[in-house]
Design a binder for this molecule. Structure first.
Ligand SMILES: [Zn+2]
Length: 366
């Protein structure tokens, strides 16, 4: 994302110490696999602790699964979706409540939050520093006011920017345009959605959801750039359409929803839009070959171009590009990783329930 840093591991000594004291605030930040038992846990697991030499650390539950570890029956490391630790929820609520307020280290400490931990958590979970995350919130409020015609200087002051030029710089760096130019345009609100296949980055305009992408996908940066270019500045925040999407995804992963009703917005070339519309016609639980999809969108023989447009899909899962497979029935490609494609298809065929991601099965097929 903006000012993104690659998600980074805490140092091993820190993870070891967090695990030793069963620190739940590290849940979701890392997972640990125990070689002697073949089980992986969250840091707070109450089970007896293994020797340090037998422990391997993972950034995500998926990585632990892929490495062959089974989820622990006691701490259930796969059942994290949608949750942040209590302190992070408080912090997010505060950002939401007072977006104009600049939170400094001493403010965090006053809330009982260690600034280093907050920074690490935000890098890990949101792929951006806490500083730029918080600034994104402030800028979003500023952006809304500017759109409504508020005075530039006043907006800068009330949103915690000491100087006009500091505000201009921050604004244009994040938003991509100077503040004065943005009165007529609108912004794309982005948020994070936890799911059984890992965290997703979702974005929406007031007209429809325009982005849903796996947060660990390299393509994410490109997708964000394309959204920014076509639809407007990208700023973190909340939006009713994202709430709707979050709810529909939860139903989908629970196996109780076959169709999404949240409005979508997916501008593209006429060919891309034709392919994406074609994807939306593939029923839940079914698959199509690239050849057949090319044929159904009126471009027989254009399977390579169709495959390319498929890969450019910005709204994963909802525009079901995972339902396109090779002619021989093999999975073909998937930007989000083949294990995810397999999991989504299994879920739709009822061979898999979302709450019990069977790791060995995923591994054998993926
Ligand atoms: Zn455990």
């Amino acid at each position: 994302m903006i000012e993104s840093t690659q998600p980074r591991f805490p140092p091993v000594v820190e993870m070891r110490a967090a695990h030793r004291r069963r620190d739940a605030s590290y849940d979701g930040v890392f997972f640990l696999g125990v070689h002697t038992t073949g089980v992986f846990c969250r840091p707070s697991c109450a089970a007896r602790q293994a020797l340090a030499k037998n422990i391997e650390y993972f950034r995500t539950a998926q990585e632990a699964l892929i490495a062959g570890f089974r989820p622990c029956k006691r701490c259930r490391p796969l059942e994290v979706p949608g949750t942040h630790p209590e302190w992070a929820l408080r912090l997010l609520a505060r950002l939401e409540r007072e977006p104009q307020r600049r939170l400094r280290d001493q403010d965090l400490r006053a809330m009982g939050i260690e600034p280093d931990r907050a920074r690490r958590y935000f890098r890990q979970r949101f792929n951006m520093t806490f500083h730029s995350f918080a600034r994104g919130f402030r800028l979003r409020g500023a952006f809304e006011q500017l759109r409504q015609g508020a005075d530039l200087d006043e907006v800068a002051m009330t949103h915690g920017f000491e100087s006009h030029s500091g505000f201009r710089d921050a604004f244009s760096r994040l938003v991509g345009t100077a503040p004065g130019q943005s009165r007529t345009s609108e912004c794309v609100t982005v948020s994070w959605i936890e799911s059984p296949v890992g965290p997703l980055v979702a974005g929406t305009t007031d007209r429809g959801v325009c982005l849903l992408e796996y947060s660990d996908r390299r393509m994410l940066e490109t997708q964000l750039a394309s959204v920014r270019q076509r639809l407007g500045p990208v700023l973190p925040g909340t939006h009713p359409l994202l709430d709707q999407l979050r709810g529909e995804l939860a139903d989908y992963f629970a196996g109780t929803r076959r169709q999404f009703t949240v409005p979508l917005e997916y501008p593209g070339t006429p060919f891309q839009v034709k392919v994406w519309n074609g994807l939306r016609q593939i029923p839940y639980g079914e698959t199509r070959s690239y050849e057949k999809l090319a044929w159904s969108v009126g471009s027989p023989g254009a399977q390579r171009a169709v495959g390319h447009a498929n890969g450019q899909n910005r709204i994963a899962i909802v525009i079901p590009c995972h339902r396109v497979v090779n002619k021989d029935g093999k999975l073909g490609g998937y930007g989000g990783g083949l294990w995810r494609k397999q999991l989504l298809l299994d879920l739709e065929r009822k061979e898999q329930t979302a709450l019990e991601l069977a790791p060995r099965q995923v591994r054998a097929k993926g």
